[in-house]
Design a protein around this ligand. Structure first.
Ligand code: AQP
Length: 330
């Protein structure tokens, strides 16, 4: 029997999943379930590191589960669970806290960005976020972590945590590889920053098509193209970067030519994208509706996922504690 390599990745229950999450990460996750032993977790402990509404959290966790399963994560082919249902993640996090210098945490780009946005609420949890993320990954001794480009720095940090632990206490954690998805960094509909659930610049995967079109219609294109008769430059157009995610090669060539020769207007170009995007999103939205009608299936998948994950997590924590000189039993 060949032992399959292991994958771990996570998503925050911070709002409905968007096409950045999908093309940057989830699409890749679905593909990898064919060849890897895959673990996917809804990272609720990460989501509480910034301001949030406790009354909405349960709903968001539930929706994250529905969205991801509808997007193709089949619980019969991978392990899906809620992070806080496997409390060993926070136990390992503490152990790793004690081998990580503080200076490195405050230099993390995501910490700097989020603490800038959350000036009134920069918690120790936000600072320690990358250590918890390292624990999420190392607890399953994952060989690789499929993520969008925004997570590459945290993955490098995870490898350093593993090296530091191994150097001090003995070889124990493998250093996980980073696997970047096809849409490494999908920009928001504003064209100004990364598409994000919390920045309100996203196209939701299960969003109503009419609402998606209402966002696309006024969205910025190549700003140098003021009139339809002006030739445009696809490389300066945010909508063209979206085309690359869903539009077949032949049509891409027609768009490049049509835009450069002013043969196609921006609105028509957006319509083509919208049609192609719907081919990906419509089936996900339909599966999402079917799943909503079968909540017990999803609940059971999450329960079973946590059971399976916990068995491995407990084993790793025992091993790490023993190496650190902590006794687990007298
Ligand atoms: N815009 C993006 N382009 C490519 N990949 C992306 N990912 C997120 N945004 C993009 C990838 O999606 C996975 C899950 O992300 P997450 O929910 O854990 O957190 P995030 O990266 O912080 O995503 P958001 O939408 O920006 O969430 P909020 O607004 O709550 O912080 C990750 O693999 C990520 O790389």
């Amino acid at each position: 029997m060949t032992i399959r390599k292991r994958i771990l990745s996570g998503i925050q229950p911070s709002g409905t999943i968007h096409i950045g999450n999908y093309f940057g990460a989830i699409e890749n996750w679905v593909r990898l379930t064919k060849d890897y032993d895959c673990f996917f977790t809804i990272v609720d402990y990460h989501a509480i590191t910034v301001q949030y509404d406790p009354a909405l959290m349960q709903k968001r966790i539930w929706e994250a589960a529905l969205d991801n399963i509808a997007a193709g994560l089949d619980p019969s082919r991978c392990t899906i669970f809620v992070q806080s249902h496997v409390p060993e993640h926070t136990e390992l996090c503490w152990l790793l806290n004690c081998v990580t210098p503080m200076g490195e945490l405050s230099r993390m780009t995501q910490f700097k960005e989020k603490s800038e946005r959350e000036r009134e609420n920069v918690t120790a949890g936000l600072l320690n976020y990358p250590i918890l993320q390292a624990a999420d990954i190392l607890i399953y001794k994952a060989d690789a972590v499929p993520v969008g480009e925004d997570q590459a720095q945290h993955l490098e940090f995870t490898r350093e945590v593993a090296r530091r632990f191994n150097g001090r206490f003995g070889e124990f954690f493998p250093e996980p590889a980073t696997l970047i998805g096809r849409g490494a960094r999908v920009m928001g509909i504003d064209g100004a920053s990364k598409m994000s659930k919390s920045l309100d610049n996203h196209i939701g995967v299960v969003e109503d098509p009419e609402a998606i079109w209402e966002k696309l219609r006024p969205a910025k294109t190549d700003e140098a193209r003021k009139r339809r008769s002006d030739p445009g430059s696809p490389d300066r157009c945010n909508i063209f970067s979206y085309h690359k995610l869903v539009t077949p090669e032949g049509q891409i060539e027609e768009i490049v030519k049509g835009c450069a020769e002013a043969g196609i207007g921006c609105l028509d170009c957006k319509k083509i994208f919208f049609v192609n995007l719907r081919k990906v999103l419509d089936p996900i939205r339909e599966r999402r509706m079917e799943l909503e009608a079968k909540p017990e299936l999803v609940r059971e998948a999450l329960r079973e996922g946590a059971r399976k994950a916990r068995t491995i997590a407990q084993d790793t924590v025992q091993g790490a504690k023993a190496l650190m000189g902590l006794v687990t039993d007298f």
